[in-house]
Write a protein of this length. Structure first.
Length: 421
């Protein structure tokens, strides 16, 4: 088939991914409402496994016999995909596997018009990664959509699974030999492009966003609210009897700030009023500018919201989860924001606290939703230097392959001139 048609199909699918970004969550929410969460998850799982099964059928037809090795790879990839989808916490996440798994297959199809060696699998994965990172950056610019490193990981995972399925399961007869210098250099350059894009994203902190928003016409909205954040770095705190919460401050810094600035922080939070407090915190005291004030007000808001929802919840299991969350937020406030809460006059009355403690589930895991978007596995400096090292390594590898290929070409030309060929 004409390579132009293949790349046109690739461009159409990429365009579809970007076109559905503004309405993707709404569309999935509508489908989940229509069929139910459980059925929606099963439909996505069935779609993914059907694709893997189809690949297995293709592999069987190509080999003509029951190739146990190919079948084993197909079954393994199906099992990994099924387990991966079933463990995803957010029901919208499997859609990334569907969209980017399909893109991975189309990318292989388009590249196969030019590349006929195993390097195609590396190049296809890297190209899909570039699209995945660009789409997340595009979502960051949209209202009510966010940039998420986890989603980029899902996109790349989908690409890898499909390329493995083609490589080890289907094993196309047109892909033969060893990786050529051409495809290897293309893979290195595409991987470098993906690493450079990721470096830019991981460096796009709120302070830099504020700088852009004040200087670029039409982008002033980027500094308003948490929805326009891209990345923020902080600490993850796992506290016995409480659970997990994240902060831009260490535990010692939180306690010191509460002792020294609790009264001032309480006054700032009080001025915001109770109505729409969380949104006002995002606008006037965002985490990168006033982390202690934001986190104190955020934990107060979340505690009270959980308590309010628990009062009207008729499902007992959901009610217990809400009470547990409200109690754990209470413990966070008592441990790290006691002076601030006391100056605000929002400390729980003893009887209300006792009821929460009696009805909560003491062994249930808990992760606070306050600042839960922070990156805590690595710092900005670590991300920057790691990706810079990757870029340098890819550049050196590309140069080494180019020099080796040039040397091989010179040797062949010399041998031909001497009559050895």
């Amino acid at each position: 088939m004409n390579p132009t048609i293949r790349w046109l199909a690739w461009a159409v699918w990429v365009g579809l991914i970007f076109a559905t970004a503004p309405v993707g969550n709404s569309l999935q929410a509508w489908l989940r409402t229509l069929v139910g969460d459980g059925v929606f998850r099963l439909l996505l799982l069935g779609l993914l496994l059907t694709a893997v099964g189809a690949a297995g059928v293709v592999a069987l037809r190509r080999s003509g016999t029951l190739d146990r090795n190919r079948l084993g790879w197909c079954l393994t990839i199906a099992a990994v995909t099924g387990a991966f989808v079933w463990r995803l916490r957010v029901l919208t996440e499997p859609a990334h596997l569907v969209l980017y798994g399909t893109l991975s297959a189309i990318t292989y199809w388009a590249l196969s018009s030019r590349i006929r060696d195993p390097g195609i699998y590396l190049a296809a994965t890297a190209l899909v990664a570039i699209v995945g990172i660009l789409e997340e950056a595009f979502q960051w610019l949209l209202p009510k959509r966010y940039w998420d490193l986890h989603d980029i990981g899902l996109n790349v995972t989908a690409a890898i699974l499909v390329q493995l399925l083609i490589w080890k399961g289907i094993r196309p007869a047109t892909i033969t030999g060893v990786i050529s210098a051409l495809s290897l250099r293309l893979s290195f350059r595409l991987a470098a492009g993906a690493a450079l894009l990721l470096l830019c994203c991981l460096s796009n902190t709120p302070s830099r966003i504020d700088w852009v928003a004040t200087r670029v016409p039409g982008l002033s909205y980027l500094g308003q609210g948490l929805g326009t954040r891209m990345v923020e770095y902080g600490y993850r705190h796992d506290v016995p009897a409480i659970g997990r919460f994240q902060s831009q401050l260490t535990l010692a810094e939180l306690q010191r700030a509460d002792r020294e600035r609790g009264a001032d922080a309480a006054e700032l939070i009080r001025r915001l009023g109770r109505q729409d407090r969380y949104h006002r915190l995002q606008v006037f005291y965002p985490p990168h500018k006033a982390p202690f004030v934001f986190e104190a007000g955020g934990h107060l808001f979340v505690r009270d919201r959980y308590r309010q929802r628990a009062r009207t919840q008729t499902d007992e299991a959901k009610r217990q989860r809400l009470i547990t969350a409200a109690y754990r937020e209470t413990l966070i406030l008592e441990s790290y924001f006691p002076a601030t809460v006391a100056h605000l006059g929002e400390t729980l009355r003893p009887e209300a606290r006792r009821r929460l403690q009696e009805q909560q589930q003491p062994n249930a895991p808990f992760t606070s939703e306050v600042s839960n978007w922070f990156l805590t596995s690595f710092t900005e400096i670590q991300a920057r230097w790691t990706l810079l090292a990757v870029l340098i390594a890819l550049g050196l590898a590309d140069r080494a392959v180019a020099q080796r290929a040039s040397g091989d070409t010179d040797r062949v030309a010399s041998d031909q001139e001497l009559g050895y060929d």
